[in-house]
Design a protein around this ligand. Structure first.
Ligand code: 3H9
Length: 709
């Protein structure tokens, strides 16, 4: 960090400009708020200045409080002496000039100003809830006064980013300018007009004085309870969304100053909570995974402008949509004309569903669909910058595709395989350019799921890896690098969980009991219900493959029996649960309970009762142990890689940080001791990871785990 002050003061004739310059995103780091206060005092004292503009340097207005400061003993200015208090007390008008993002404390500062003007591409919002806190800089008191409590509740409880034109329509922003380049001039002109209006006898509008919009709560006092009810499921186990509602409610029932005090109390309840710590960890983990250790500085990135996808099945179609959704022309090919036609139809149907649901405009759908062009054969895709193979998950099918891609694709094209487990080196070996080959494991549905597991083969070139990571970012994915091990990082770390959940049944648990424990923990669905949704035949094929390759493979006879009886899950109306025709609700099935008993008896396993905690720990500790092995063997760089995969690939509850962050909450020592004891009881599958043992013995943290250098 340079010695340069984070806030500087400039003048444009009779307008003082307060410029926040604290890269990369103008967070309210040390000295920023103090600098804004100093600027307001300075320009108020300067008789040559009639009005002020508050603006951000670089790519954003202000992205909010400095999140790194939370959880430390960071000092905060006391109530009554903060930036917005100085704004409220200012005798001269202040105009916030917003470009990029005005988030959290950024929007709170903007709302402290008398006026707000924004560039059309700007976004505003109060996303604090997403990091487990609430807008603690007056946001819960000022926003309801500006837009009414209903809209304020929606924005604050969802944390969503609101585009400038919507913010303008809502009254958050007073005026729009076309682009960032004209923002400063527009704001200075606006400030002069404000000064003229003031000179003509007008008063300065302060958001804190507004009452008109708060009346909405008097007309509809039930809105707060309705909001609590509507979030009950998704906000379970969390406190921040509820404190947000309480704070907005306070804005409607208390005076402004009392409301500010209430906001402060509700903020303090949250800022050091487990929930907030976990969400902050997740926020930084998602950014950390983009950093690839050991990547040579200045590694050139291959620019991806066009894409191709081979295989027009569900995955291939979803991958093609992922490119099209972010503006890339993409060619889709398939082994058969019929497969291609079906694939194109499926894509169209998926888009149409989004239009029907209202999440996609019809004209935007047409633009996206038009970007996906069917390709007749390999020559049609030869000039694409990247090709993603998404054919059947079998080496014998994938290898010939890669041999063909090697033949036709232009030099330097990225050759990616969408595989969830197959050996990427074996795939690369059929080409004469293994340096250009990597795995690109998309999760299903590929156009929806954010995780992209990028698999680094033994010969994948550093610039290939960096280019695929960049490509992932450009198509809206969170890309995480994994090494080439069976199941890579995501599925390998998840595999023991998948076995353990069925083994629990052998010992006396029921699918509905296990599912309830995991839903109560925070998963959107229980693992057995998810299995039924995905189709039980998929896991069955994988188990057969692994059992054939490894005589010590732990078989799962109950799961196998269901599949052999034709119970494939939702698609056959029965799996771990039974389903009514046309309905996806899982119903516990006595027939499944009977099969479980029967197979367990055949296996000679005694049945017993389980506590919820034992179920939870049996499932998650098995994966914690495996994740440690993966890091120890160098297939994941560090703990955040595993945690981000669990958050975005498997629906692990975000407010628990991630698998290894959660385990740290219990403590590496306690986790290790339990695993060691299960090792004694159950044998080899619970053999503890050496890395886990080392961390436990050193009193360390799993989130500090790193691959050997
Ligand atoms: C708040 O305001 C509380 C107040 O109500 C009251 C307090 C009392 N702090 O995401 P990017 C870093 S709470 C510290 O890759 P993008 C980020 O880690 C705050 N650092 O860029 C990254 O660092 P690195 C409410 C921050 O263009 C770099 O900036 N605000 C912060 O994809 C670039 O970030 C939020 O929750 C921060 N506030 O997205 C907004 N923000 O390069 C959080 C970013 O070392 N931020 N960094 O990895 C965001 O949502 C996105 O960063 C943003 C830009 C949309 C702004």
């Amino acid at each position: 960090m340079s010695d340069a002050k984070p806030v500087r003061f400039e003048t444009e004739g009779d307008v003082g400009v307060i410029v926040v310059d604290y890269p990369p995103v103008n967070a309210l780091g040390p000295g920023v708020s103090e600098g804004i206060i100093e600027g307001i005092a300075k320009f108020n004292a300067d008789p040559a200045i009639r009005a002020m503009v508050l603006i951000g340097a670089g790519r954003s207005f202000i992205a909010g409080a400095d999140i790194r400061g939370f959880g430390t003993d960071r000092k905060r200015l006391p109530l009554g002496s903060r930036t917005y208090d100085a704004m409220d007390a200012s005798a001269k008008p202040i105009v916030a000039a917003i470009h990029g993002f005005a988030l959290g404390g950024g929007l709170e500062n903007a709302m402290g100003c008398h006026y707000r003007i924004a560039s059309r591409a700007a976004k505003v919002g109060l996303p604090e809830v997403l990091i487990g806190i609430l807008p603690g800089g007056g946001g819960t008191q000022r926003l309801p006064r500006l837009v009414g409590p209903k809209v304020a509740l929606d924005m604050i409880v969802s944390g969503r980013h609101v585009p400038a034109d919507e913010a303008h329509a809502l009254g958050i922003v007073d005026e729009l300018v076309e682009n960032d380049a004209t923002l400063r001039a527009g704001a200075v002109a606006f400030a002069r007009r404000a000064a003229d209006a003031q000179a003509a006898g007008g008063t300065l509008p302060r958001v804190r004085d507004r009452q008109d919009k708060l009346r909405e709560a008097k007309d509809d006092p039930g809105m707060f309870d309705a909001m609590r009810k509507s979030i009950a499921r998704r906000a379970r186990n969390q406190k921040a969304p509820y404190n947000c509602i309480l704070a907005v409610e306070a804005a409607c029932t208390l005076t402004f100053d009392e409301g500010m005090k209430r906001e402060q109390e509700l903020f303090e309840e949250l800022v050091n909570s487990d929930e907030a710590r976990a969400l902050r960890y997740a926020f930084f983990a998602e950014r950390e995974v983009a950093r690839i250790p050991g990547l040579p500085k200045g590694t050139a990135i291959r620019e991806v402008k066009t894409a191709a996808v081979v295989g027009a099945g569900t995955m291939g179609g979803g991958i093609a949509m992922s490119f099209a959704d972010f503006g890339y022309p993409v060619r889709l090919m398939d082994a058969t004309e019929e497969g291609l036609a079906k694939g194109m139809q499926r894509i169209r149907a998926n888009y149409e569903t989004s239009v029907k649901r209202g999440s996609l405009a019809a004209d935007e759908m047409e633009r996206r669909f038009a970007r996906i062009q069917p390709a007749k054969d390999y020559t049609d895709i030869a000039d694409a910058d990247v090709v993603v193979e998404a054919v059947f998950e079998e080496m014998g099918v994938k290898k010939p595709v890669f041999a063909k891609l090697d033949e036709v694709m232009k030099p330097g094209a990225l050759l990616l395989s969408n595989t969830s487990a197959l050996d990427i080196d074996a795939i690369a070996a059929v080409t004469k350019r293994p340096q250009d080959v990597a795995g690109a494991h998309f999760f299903s549905p590929a156009n929806v799921m954010k995780l992209l597991e990028v698999v680094r083969g033994a010969r994948t070139a550093p610039d290939t890896l960096a280019s695929v990571m960049q490509m992932g970012k450009r198509i809206g994915k969170l890309s995480v690098v994994a090494g080439n091990t069976d199941g890579f990082v995501a599925n390998r770390s998840r595999a023991p969980f998948n076995s353990e959940m069925v083994i629990l049944l052998e010992e006396g648990a029921l699918p509905e009991q296990v599912d309830k424990v995991m839903v109560d923990f925070g998963y959107p669905m229980g693992p057995f219900a998810v299995g039924d949704l995905a189709g039980l035949d998929i896991g069955y094929a994988g188990r057969k493959r692994r059992a054939a390759a490894n005589p010590n493979y732990r078989k799962l006879p109950i799961a196998d029996r269901l599949v052999e009886m034709g119970r494939y899950g939702q698609k056959t109306g029965a799996g771990w649960y039974r389903y009514e025709k046309g309905d996806r609700t899982p119903h516990p099935d006595p027939e499944v309970a009977r099969i479980i008993k029967e197979v367990s008896a055949e296996m000679g396993v005694a049945q017993r009762q389980f506590t919820d905690q034992e179920i939870l720990r049996r499932l998650l500790f098995s994966s914690v142990n495996e994740a440690c092995k993966i890091i120890e063997e160098g297939f994941a760089y560090r703990a955040v890689d595993v945690d981000v995969m669990w958050l975005h690939g498997f629906g692990f509850p975000r407010y628990r940080g991630g698998l290894l962050f959660w385990a740290d909450g219990i403590g590496a020592r306690a986790v290790y001791d339990q695993i060691a004891s299960w090792h004694q009881q159950y044998g080899e599958r619970w053999a503890p990871s050496k890395l886990l043992r080392d961390i436990a013995e050193a009193g360390g943290k799993l989130t500090d785990a790193k691959a050997p250098a």
